[in-house]
Design a protein around this ligand. Structure first.
Ligand code: KPL
Length: 295
């Protein structure tokens, strides 16, 4: 069974570690500084159960060398710092469980297998207490056939499916994050305000339209307007604080570069007018740090 090394034992990373251990995999947390094992508590809203999970902590000098199985679940700006000192095997399997796109560009060995994961699970809580509010759908894929360990994992991970067309799942999540996160962060409002306030709704529509244009230029199969889908996400998460709003409230680094920043980069390269997303990026960058080590 794989022994996974996890960078980023936040809510989503810890929940993934829990499902993996249930499927018989080993999971250790990777940190640059040595420390005691992490005792995590997971509280599941679905059946009001509580589970404890102990995850050993390893540093780049005390983990398996080279690493064959890596989960990247840290916030996107922390990715380069988390990976710099790692000795990744030339054919390592890397599971990316992050918002946005492109955070691992140029950081993996050529032969690595990068499996993208898109999840609609909702988890909140405090540092080591993770409240699993909703176990929805999670898609994993890399355009190839599923790995040997996948079916057993899917039995232990509710809603997990292998998705051959992972790009479309990534685009869907990216549009929602692009339209919701920065706006709710800048205006310090819960997600539902984007439907309740006419001005915010107009801004959200403009972001969705510009984002759809970029995605249609990148992917000939991306034809539809995403507005209805984004509205559904806003409705389903109306009372939620988006991850970027939470980051801004805590003065933490945001993921703006991997979400709207990535779109601006792509759109500009394609010669598109990216005024709406560019303005958002500039406003968020002016108010929140964009870099950090994460530890
Ligand atoms: O994924 C999210 C986030 O906050 O990062 C959304 C979908 C916007 C829900 O809040």
């Amino acid at each position: 069974m794989p022994h996974w090394f996890l960078t980023g034992a936040g809510h989503i990373g810890t929940l993934a570690a829990y499902y993996l251990t249930r499927a018989g995999h080993d999971v250790s947390v990777l940190r640059n500084e040595a420390g005691a094992a992490i005792d995590a508590t997971l509280q599941f809203a679905s059946d009001a159960s509580t589970r404890r999970l102990t995850l050993p902590v390893r540093t780049p000098s005390t983990c398996d060398r080279p690493i064959e199985y890596l989960i990247v679940a840290c916030k996107t700006p922390y990715t380069p710092a988390a990976l710099t000192r790692l000795d990744l095997g030339p054919n390592a399997t890397v599971l990316r469980l992050q918002n946005g796109i492109g955070s691992l560009d140029g950081l993996l060995p050529d032969g690595a297998r990068l499996i993208e994961t898109v999840t609609t699970n909702a988890v909140n809580g405090t540092r080591n207490v993770h409240r699993v509010v909703a176990e929805n759908q999670t898609w994993m894929g890399d355009g190839n056939t599923k790995p040997a360990w996948f079916d057993e994992l899917a039995r232990c991970w509710p809603g997990l499916v292998w998705e051959r067309d992972i790009r479309t799942a990534q685009w869907r999540k990216l549009v929602a994050n692009a339209a919701i996160n920065a706006l709710t962060a800048l205006h310090d409002v819960p997600n539902g305000a984007l439907l309740d306030d006419a001005q915010l709704y107009a801004q959200m529509r403009a972001i969705v339209a510009e984002t759809d244009q970029v995605l249609a230029a990148l992917d000939e199969d991306w034809k539809a307007s995403s507005l209805a889908a984004v509205e559904t996400v806003v409705q389903a998460t109306a009372a939620n604080t988006s991850s970027m709003r939470a980051d801004m409230q805590h003065g933490a680094v945001t993921e703006i570069d991997a979400i709207n920043g990535w779109l601006v980069e792509q759109g500009t390269r394609l010669g598109l007018d990216m005024t709406v997303n560019r303005t958002l990026v500039e406003r968020v960058r002016a108010l929140a740090p964009t870099r950090g080590s994460g530890e």
